[in-house]
Ligand binder design. Structure first.
Ligand code: TYF
Ligand code: FE
Length: 366
C-alpha cells in the first residue's frame, strides 16, 4: 500500500504557557535545552512571544500572550500551561491537508506559505482531540532555525556539554471515557496511522491501571501517538484527574529519547526536576530480575535513580517519569532509553500506575 499521508517526523511540540520567558529558562536549565529562535514585540510580533528550544531533533516552542484578550491567555486560563500543537513535518503540507480533510478531519488552517530571507515554509493545520491541533509543516525549502518570522538567538544559559535527550519518542493524549477507539480510528482514517501491538486491555484496566491505552504510529514509526482513556474501576482514574484539571482532553506526556538515562536523570534531579518514586520492592522482585536479564547498567544503579526496566521480544528499554511540571496535575515527561525494544514499557504499567496513584492520593484526588 502506498503511504497515503507521508510524514518526516515531529516538527515541534508547541506549548501555551503563562510566562514563556521563564518557561524557556526552566527548559534551558532543567532539561538542558538550547534556545535557538525567538519572536516577540522586538521582531514584529506585537501580541505574543514565542521561544523555541532544541535538544538534538527535539524542538519545543513556548508561546505566551503579551496583551490582554489574547487566545493564548484564554487557553492558559482554561487549561493551565499545556500543549496546543503536536506539529508534524511532512513532505507536502498541501497534499497532507487535502487528504486529511477529505477523510473527515476538521481543518483549522488552509495551506499557506510563510517566507523570509531563509526561504519558505508551507503550513496547514487540522484539529485533533480537545483543543489540540496538528500543524503540518513542509520546511524542505527553509534554512532558518524554526519558521519564518522567528529570529535566531543565543542560548539563555550555556547548554550542557552533552544533550540530556536527542529526540521526541512519542506524544500521549488523554481522551474522554469511551472515545479512545474513535481517536484510534481518526488517526487510521485521516493519517493512515496503524495500531501498534502495545495496548492496555480491559483485564489490566479493571485490575489496577484505571485506564485503557492504544498506540497509533505512522508506517515508519517516526511519529507515535499513544491514546489513553479512563477505565471504570474502583479508584478515580489518573486520566479522570487529568481531564478534570485540564478541562478536557489534551496531551498527557511527552517521551524524550536519551542514550544515557542515568546521567540525564542525575542532571535533571540536580536542577530540581522531580521524578516518580519506585519502591525498592520493584528491583528486588525475582520475577522482574529473571525477566529483564542483563541490561547495560547494574540494577542497583537503576534502583538508586528509580529508573524502570522492561524487556520484550525485540530488546529492552529503560524509562522514568517526571511528576507533573506545572501547578495542575496534567502534563509530565518521560525519559526513555531504548535498546531494541519498540514498546512503551508494558511490563512497568503496574509499578508505574501505583506510583501515579500515590501522587494522586497526596493531591487528594483518589
Ligand atoms: O506512553 C506509554 O504508553 C507509557 C505508559 O498514564 C504510560 O509511557 C501510559 C499511560 C500513562 C502513563 C504512562
Ligand atoms: Fe510513554
Amino acid at each position: 500500500m502506498s503511504d497515503v499521508f507521508p510524514v518526516n517526523g515531529m516538527h515541534a511540540v508547541v506549548f501555551a504557557v503563562g510566562n514563556a520567558k521563564q518557561t524557556a529558562h526552566y527548559y534551558s536549565t532543567a532539561f538542558g535545552m538550547r534556545l535557538v529562535a525567538y519572536k516577540g514585540p522586538e521582531t514584529g510580533s506585537r501580541d505574543e512571544v514565542g521561544y523555541v528550544l532544541k535538544s538534538g531533533g527535539a524542538v519545543f516552542e513556548f508561546r505566551s500572550a503579551v496583551r490582554p484578550g489574547h487566545e493564548l491567555a484564554r487557553h492558559v486560563a482554561e487549561h493551565g500551561d499545556g500543549v496546543i500543537d503536536l506539529a508534524i513535518e511532512v513532505p507536502d503540507a498541501e497534499a497532507g491537508y487535502a487528504y486529511a480533510v477529505s477523510q473527515g478531519a476538521r481543518g483549522l488552517a488552509e495551506p499557506y506559505t510563510l517566507e523570509d530571507e531563509q526561504g519558505k515554509v508551507v503550513v496547514a493545520a487540522i484539529a485533533t482531540y480537545g483543543e489540540t491541533r496538528h500543524t503540518l509543516v513542509d520546511r524542505a525549502n527553509y534554512a532558518g532555525p524554526y519558521l519564518p518570522g522567528y529570529v535566531p538567538v543565543e542560548p539563555m544559559v550555556a547548554p550542557p556539554d552533552r544533550r540530556f535527550f536527542q529526540a521526541v519518542d512519542h506524544c500521549v493524549g488523554n481522551v474522554e471515557l469511551g472515545k479512545m477507539d474513535e481517536w484510534v480510528e481518526f488517526y487510521r482514517k485521516v493519517m493512515g496511522f496503524t495500531n501498534m501491538a502495545e495496548f492496555v486491555g480491559d483485564d489490566i484496566a479493571t485490575e489496577y491501571s484505571a485506564l485503557m491505552s492504544k498506540v497509533v504510529a505512522d508506517g515508519t514509526r517516526k511519529v507515535k501517538f499513544p491514546l489513553n482513556e479512563p477505565a471504570v474501576s474502583r479508584k478515580k482514574s489518573q486520566i479522570d484527574e487529568y481531564l478534570e484539571f485540564y478541562g478536557g482532553p489534551g496531551v498527557q506526556h511527552i517521551a524524550l529519547a536519551t542514550n544515557d538515562i542515568l546521567t540525564t536523570v542525575d542532571n535533571m534531579r540536580a536542577a530540581g526536576v522531580q521524578f516518580l518514586d519506585t519502591p525498592d520492592s520493584y528491583y528486588e522482585d525475582p520475577e522482574l530480575r529473571a525477566r529483564i536479564g542483563e541490561v547495560r547498567a547494574p540494577i542497583d544503579e537503576l534502583q538508586r535513580r528509580k529508573i524502570l526496566v522492561d524487556r520484550d521480544e525485540d530488546g529492552y528499554l529503560l524509562q522514568i517519569f517526571t511528576k507533573p511540571v506545572q501547578d495542575r496535575p496534567t502534563v509530565f515527561f518521560e525519559l526513555i532509553e531504548r535498546h531494541g525494544s519498540l514498546g512503551f514499557g508494558k511490563g512497568n504499567f503496574k509499578a508505574l500506575f501505583e506510583a501515579i496513584e500515590r501522587e494522586q492520593e497526596r493531591r487528594g484526588n483518589l
